[in-house]
Write a protein that binds this ligand. Structure first.
Ligand SMILES: [Zn+2]
Length: 107
């Protein structure tokens, strides 16, 4: 049983909104700053404390993503470390690799 990161927020408010959604559903969740020393931005991630809650948390996030409130969703995968990254990020927030190093090609 280990904490699982299920969401990376572009804005602080998004992380708090997601955490509140999960807490409302009885899922223990925490907002943790992403170590972004190699990135140009700072951001927050939401972690789910219990493995057994991860599937339900993802389902809640999927619903959340369909609302106007958030447009965040994984859209490319880092070739270096395999992390799923949101569309608006040009770099992997986990290892700092740029999208063009192997993620979905653009233009
Ligand atoms: Zn990476």
């Amino acid at each position: 049983m280990s904490p699982t990161r299920i969401y990376v927020a572009r804005h602080d408010a998004d992380a708090e909104i997601v955490k509140d959604l999960l807490l409302h559903a009885g899922i223990e969740a925490h907002v943790v700053p992403v170590d972004s020393t190699r990135l140009r931005f700072a951001t927050l991630a939401v972690w789910v404390a219990r493995d057994g809650d991860v599937d339900r948390a993802r389902a809640i996030l999927a619903e959340h993503d369909q609302a106007p409130l958030s447009n965040a969703y994984w859209s490319w995968r880092c070739a270096e470390c395999g992390e799923d990254i949101e569309e608006q990020f040009d770099r992997c927030w986990n290892c700092g690799a740029s999208r063009r190093d192997g993620g979905t090609q653009e233009d």
